[in-house]
Design a protein around this ligand. Structure first.
Ligand code: ATP
Ligand code: MG
Length: 350
């Protein structure tokens, strides 16, 4: 309808340690922030990307939405890790309509589940540079059971899941919104959460390589817990405040885990170079709660020999400073790159 108001949506990123929410208004050439918030989840609510304690997740979403005074009920959310299969495949050149008809047949060989049990989505990336009779397609598949769990969690919270995205691609959308200046460079976007690291190597709006690794901030917490023989709650607190009676032992643990997380990220970059004869990565952008770990950016920069910058999801997003304290916006930034990318999606998007 010509004059219908575009239906509002909110982006909700359900991470294993917390739920993040972002709502934005789309202007002609930028966005205005309407809402942003984060609410912790009890440990064990999500394990290995599975929603274990749905009651807690539903309650957390409800409380967060209520505390922000949100009335919108249409949700865009995302999945990652082992709950989604992302593959780049080469197919004979065809139109999107033809591919829509054929994708199930083509996808079958790449998916380790019964094709009837999965949702399939695709994006035509580009025609093959060497052979114009072929094209590269990004295939995204997720188990219907798994998506249905998300649908019912949001339903129970009184909301409606209208678009399901993938963490890596949401982070990419957020990056592209804010870093137009990088569009000619190959950059590695790395989201380091509590239990998953999402890697997406992009150039000029195209994803060249994605990989999710089950590692993250929990490793620091577990290691501190082991070294100091304390509870995981105490360990998490020490990690975040940096306040520890034995400062040098604490630093030694942090240094060691910084090294191993950086090494895992470098492994992903190496894999990118070996899977395709691609261009050299020029810069790394990190996001996620672990972007706050003091020495991690510098350790990663030293090991990779590349500049490392913390992705600012609100670099180009307008907000009213009377409503949002700029310091809070800066504090919360690393946590909400995925949720911000989700909040950019609109109904009718694929
Ligand atoms: N100030 C801080 N200093 C160090 N680490 C922090 C800080 N704040 C949060 N973290 C860590 O960041 C991690 C949470 O990050 P994030 O919210 O991005 O993860 P998540 O989305 O919940 O998890 P995932 O996506 O991996 O399932 C936790 O391990 C937490 O301890
Ligand atoms: Mg996350």
């Amino acid at each position: 309808m010509l004059f219908s108001k575009k239906k509002e949506i909110i982006g909700v990123d359900i991470g294993s340690s917390s739920v993040k929410l972002v709502q934005m208004k789309a202007n002609v050439d930028n966005y205005t922030l309407l809402n942003v918030g984060i609410a912790p989840l009890p440990s064990g609510a999500i394990v290995d990307n599975s929603l274990m304690d749905t009651t807690s997740i539903v309650e957390t979403i409800k409380t967060l939405v209520k505390s922000l005074g949100i009335k919108t009920t249409d949700i865009v959310s995302s999945i990652s890790g082992n709950s989604v299969i992302v593959r780049k495949i080469t197919l004979p050149a065809m139109t999107p309509e033809e591919l829509e008809d054929q994708i199930f047949w083509e996808a079958e060989q790449y998916i380790p589940y019964d094709i009837n049990d999965v949702n399939i989505d695709f994006q035509i990336l580009h025609s093959d540079l060497v052979d114009s009779a072929k094209m590269t397609v990004l295939l995204v598949a997720s188990k219907k059971d798994f998506i249905n769990e998300y649908v019912s969690v949001f339903n129970e919270a009184g909301m409606k899941l209208v678009v399901v995205d993938v963490d890596s691609f949401a982070m990419q959308n957020c990056f592209e919104l804010n870093y137009d200046s990088e569009k000619d460079n190959v950059v590695a976007l790395i989201n380091i959460g509590a239990s998953t690291v999402n890697v997406n190597i992009v150039k000029g709006g195209i994803s060249l390589f994605t990989r999710d690794v089950q590692i993250g901030g929990n490793v620091y917490t577990e290691e501190i817990q082991r070294q100091f023989a304390i509870s995981s709650e105490e360990s998490e607190k020490i990690k975040i405040t940096g306040e520890c009676a034995d400062a040098s032992k604490f630093q030694e643990v942090m240094d060691r885990v910084n090294e191993s997380i950086s090494a895992e990220i470098l492994r992903s970059l190496d894999l990118y170079y070996t899977t395709a004869d691609e261009q050299k990565v020029a810069k790394i952008f990190i996001s996620g709660g672990c972007a706050k770990i003091p020495m991690l950016p510098s350790v990663l920069s030293k090991k990779s020999n590349m500049p490392v910058e913390i992705l600012n999801p609100f670099l180009k997003v307008e907000y009213n400073e009377k409503v949002f304290d700029p310091e809070y916006i800066q504090q919360i930034g690393p946590f909400v790159s995925v949720a911000t990318g989700l909040a950019m999606r609109r109904l009718g998007d694929k």
